[in-house]
Design a protein around this ligand. Structure first.
Ligand code: GYE
Length: 323
């Protein structure tokens, strides 16, 4: 907080000085007054991720009193570990981690703890036996998201179901939770059959590639359960090229509910989409402000999320969704 106040004072001073000096200095916030945040981002694999990055950049901006150091890990955990070590060496004030996978963080987080740098985890969860290794976590309940999808399938689809399952990045919370939901659904329905399962790494290109592979193998299917929207877009392209109607011949279930996906629901090409909210920037900012005031934020915060099919999708929802 002290730093935010100092930043504001320097802006005011700069403006005042600028007003009476012949050589007006430009309005700059003193570098040393900013709260420095090192953010290790997963990558740029999806629309969700890009919206998440923009949200963080907007909230942790210089105008708001922050200097954000953003490192894109290209979905590689090793790159994240290196980024965190660099943040520690630079002596940042806070580290924000959006972890690729759940496991493998204990050593580097112990190093951050040793250096006295609070670590805020966003989006996906980590698996650790020592909860003191991070300050708090904020993100989605991915298992609940998977359960919602299964519930919708139970209510809207008639078996037998032959399901093609496009998984996200293996070992990530989003993949683990959404897969567990589907597995539970398959386990409790005799006429639901998993005919194909592979990871498309949450990318559109791989989603398309996988469905092309399924089509080439002539595996019959009537449902695609895609663990994010971008893989669903790729899957839809592959189906259309093969003369198959997405949403009609094949039911498409997806996750994220980003703007384009909501349009595809209106077009009848995606049948059901479970929302996953990427706008964590202001949430992280609020947590840092709490910490600056010496308060203790909640250890775990789950974001409220909804889901859409054609029956509950209003135009206003799509218009108001900027991602
Ligand atoms: O669903 C996907 C992204 O972890 C919630 O990662 C996030 C997931 C999101 O690449 O699109």
């Amino acid at each position: 907080m002290k730093k935010i106040v100092a930043a504001i004072i320097s802006i005011i001073l700069a403006i005042l000085l600028g007003g009476c000096s012949p050589k007006a200095p430009s309005v700059t916030v003193e570098e040393q007054d900013l709260i420095v945040v090192g953010f290790s981002q997963v990558g740029a694999e999806s629309d969700w991720r890009n919206a998440n990055t923009i949200s963080m950049e907007k909230a942790l901006s210089v105008e708001n009193g922050y200097r954000l150091i953003l490192e894109d890990a290209q979905q590689k955990q090793q790159k994240q570990i290196t980024a965190i070590r660099n943040f520690i060496n630079q002596g940042v004030d806070y580290i924000v981690l959006a972890p690729t996978t759940e496991t493998g963080w204990d050593t580097v987080l112990a190093e951050a703890k040793e250096a006295g740098i609070p670590v805020i985890i966003v989006d996906r969860m980590i698996e650790t036996s020592d909860l003191d290794l991070f300050t708090c976590w904020i993100g989605s309940d991915f298992r609940k998201e998977g359960d919602k999808a299964v519930e919708w399938m139970e209510d809207h689809l008639k078996g037998p179901l032959r399901i093609v399952h496009l998984q996200g990045n293996i070992g990530s919370s989003a993949q683990i939770g959404r897969t567990k939901g589907l597995d539970a659904g398959i386990g409790s329905h005799e006429d639901w059959q998993l005919v194909f399962r592979e990871s498309g790494d949450f990318t559109q290109a791989k989603g398309q590639e996988l469905v092309e592979k399924v089509l080439a193998k002539e595996i019959g299917f009537n449902v695609i359960y895609s663990e994010n929207d971008n893989m669903a877009y790729g899957a839809i392209d592959a189906l259309k090229t093969a003369g198959i109607k997405p949403g009609e011949d094949v039911t498409i279930i997806s996750f994220d509910a980003s703007n384009h996906a909501l349009h595809l629901i209106l077009d009848g090409e995606i049948n059901y989409d479970v929302e996953c909210n990427p706008l964590h920037g202001p949430r992280v900012q609020a947590i840092i402000e709490q910490l600056e005031r010496g308060e203790t934020p909640l250890k775990f915060t789950y974001v409220e999320e909804v889901s859409f099919d054609i029956s509950n999708l209003a135009e206003e929802v799509i218009e108001s969704r900027g991602y």
